[in-house]
Design a protein around this ligand. Structure first.
Ligand SMILES: Nc1nc2c(c(=O)[nH]1)N[C@H]1C(S)=C(S)[C@@H](COP(=O)(O)O)O[C@H]1N2
Ligand SMILES: [Mo]
Length: 254
């Protein structure tokens, strides 16, 4: 008899617990829906709702504090570099490139440099073999060659304000046809592994990989490694950035 009674008590107990659990589950779902609705009625900040953009901005602050140019991305031996390098992203690839190509560098409002590929190739060459990472979730070890962006900037006295030692906060780069563009924080531009790249696997860049000139910035996701650079400029306000305008993280650090 007593065993039977205990079983009934047990069942009642279980039922009560189940009801409580269900109640909290429903409450949880209601909260999720409420938060989701709230976020969706918030104003838009560059392609995402304000609360989401503030989370991205908070992440950026964390990245900025831990960032150091002494932190190097791992490099690999040449044999590990892909022979068939993946092609990804074809926005802004329509510019016609011929022998008249010059990289435009806006050193100041009044002073535009027009630099040929031959002049860029005359500078010391740096090569890097690293794991190129795309936000879409793939990565590939690939081999690139060019001039360190920091060497290039020093050579032409770029990025600083009116011959002072003070750097602008950002660098902007735009494709030849103006359709793809990125904004880059200055510390990442001065990173020793960031290169203005004209070679892949020891040969001139293939057209779909950015001929004649692209950026290779291993401390960031691939979205920042703009292909077919036409213009470079410097600024204290955030330059326009193609993917940040479409809801991605502006900083895109790794
Ligand atoms: N002009 C231009 N540059 C670009 C892109 C693009 O669409 N257009 N895509 C970016 C992205 S998302 C990635 S992952 C890399 C891919 O470089 P790859 O085509 O050499 O693999 O280029 C970046 N640079
Ligand atoms: Mo990408």
């Amino acid at each position: 008899m007593s065993v039977f009674k205990e079983e009934i008590v047990e069942q009642k107990h279980i039922r009560r617990k189940t009801i409580i659990a269900l109640f909290f589950l429903v409450l949880f779902f209601c909260c999720c829906i409420a938060v989701w609705k709230y976020i969706n009625v918030q104003p838009d900040a560059d392609g995402v709702a304000v609360p989401l953009r503030s989370v991205l901005d908070a992440n950026e602050k964390v990245f900025e504090t831990v960032y150091s140019n002494d932190n190097l991305v791992p490099e690999y031996p040449k044999e590990m570099a892909a022979k068939r390098v993946r092609v990804n992203g074809n926005i802004g690839m329509t510019g016609v490139i011929d022998s008249a190509y010059r990289l435009f560098v806006l050193r100041s409002m009044k002073d535009t440099l027009r630099i040929s590929i031959a002049e860029i190739k005359a500078m010391p060459k740096t090569e890097i073999i690293f794991d190129f990472k795309c936000v879409e979730g793939w990565s590939q070890i690939s081999h690139w060659g060019g001039v360190r962006l920091s060497d290039f900037m020093k050579h032409y006295n770029l990025g600083t304000k009116n011959d002072t030692k003070e750097y602008f906060v950002y660098t902007g780069m735009v494709t030849v046809d103006h359709k793809y563009y990125v904004g880059l924080d200055m510390p990442s531009c001065l990173h020793p592994q960031t290169i203005l790249c004209y070679e892949m696997n020891g040969l001139p860049l293939p057209d779909n990989q950015g001929y004649p000139l692209r950026l290779i910035m291993p401390v960031k996701y691939g979205i920042k490694s703009i292909k077919k650079i036409g213009t470079i400029f410097f600024s204290d306000s955030k330059p326009r950035d193609y993917w940040a305008e479409r809801g991605y993280d502006y900083f895109a650090g790794l």
